[in-house]
Design a protein around this ligand. Structure first.
Ligand code: HEC
Length: 182
C-alpha cells in the first residue's frame, strides 16, 4: 500500500499531467464560436440607464403608441394594459395590500427602464422587432394609461428621463443615486 505522502504526490502528478494534456489539446480554447464584430457588439449594446444615458435618437407620442399597442401587445396584456394573460401594465393600486398587483404605474422606479425593457424583450414572440420610435411611442402610451403623462406628451431622450415615477423612492438603493437625477 502507498503511504499518505506517496499517495499525495501521486495525485498531484496525475493532476499535473491532466492539466498539461488539456493545454496541449486546446492551445487557444475549445475553438467554438466566431469573434464578435464591432457591429455585433453595437446591436447588443442597448442598455438604457435610469438617468437616460443610452437612450437613442428618435421620438414617439401617445397616439402612435396606442396603434402599436392595440395591434402588437393587447392580445397578451389586455386592451388597456390589464385583464389578460400577461403582466398587468396599468394600475395604481397600493403595493402594501394583501394581494398587490405590480404595474408600471405603482412599482417601476424609472420611466427609462420601461423603454429599455420594451426595446429588448417585447413583444414576447418577436423581441428586437420594434424601431426606437415605436418604443418611445409605446412607452408614452403606457405611461399615459397609468396617468403619468398627458395625451399630448412626446417622449424622446430629453423628456423621458424627466418623468418621476410614483414608486421612485420605494426601493432600497445599493449604490448612490446617479448624479443629475434630482
Ligand atoms: C405573447 C404575449 C406577449 C406580447 C404579445 C407582449 N407581451 Fe409584454 N409581457 C409578456 C409576458 C409573459 C411578460 C412577463 C415577462 C417577464 O416578466 O419576464 C411581459 C412583460 C412586459 C412588461 C414588463 C411588465 C412587468 O411589470 O414586469 C412590459 C412593460 C411589457 N411586457 C410590454 C409589452 C409591450 C409594449 C408589448 C407590445 C409591443 C408587449 N409587451 C407584447 C407577454 C407579452
Amino acid at each position: 500500500m502507498f503511504t499518505p505522502e506517496q499517495y499525495r504526490i501521486g495525485l498531484l502528478l496525475a493532476l499535473g499531467m491532466m492539466a498539461v494534456d488539456g493545454l496541449a489539446a486546446s492551445p487557444g480554447g475549445p475553438g467554438l464560436g466566431v469573434p464578435a464584430t464591432a457591429e455585433d457588439i453595437a446591436r447588443r449594446d442597448t442598455s438604457v440607464f435610469p438617468d437616460g444615458s443610452g437612450l437613442p435618437p428618435g421620438q414617439g407620442n401617445v397616439a402612435a403608441g396606442k396603434l402599436l399597442y392595440d395591434s402588437q401587445c393587447a392580445f397578451c396584456h389586455g386592451p388597456h394594459g390589464m385583464g389578460a394573460s400577461a403582466e398587468e401594465l396599468v394600475g395604481r393600486g397600493k403595493l402594501n395590500s394583501a394581494t398587490p398587483d405590480k404595474t408600471l404605474g405603482n412599482y417601476w422606479p424609472y420611466a427609462t427602464t420601461v423603454f429599455d425593457f420594451i426595446r429588448r424583450s417585447m413583444p414576447l414572440h418577436k423581441p428586437g422587432s420594434l424601431s426606437d420610435a415605436d418604443v418611445y411611442a409605446l412607452t408614452a402610451y403606457l405611461l399615459h394609461l397609468n396617468g403619468l403623462i398627458g395625451a399630448d406628451t412626446v417622449l424622446n431622450a430629453e423628456t423621458l428621463p424627466r418623468i418621476i415615477m410614483p414608486n421612485r423612492e420605494g426601493f432600497v438603493r445599493m449604490w448612490p443615486e446617479p448624479t443629475g437625477l434630482r
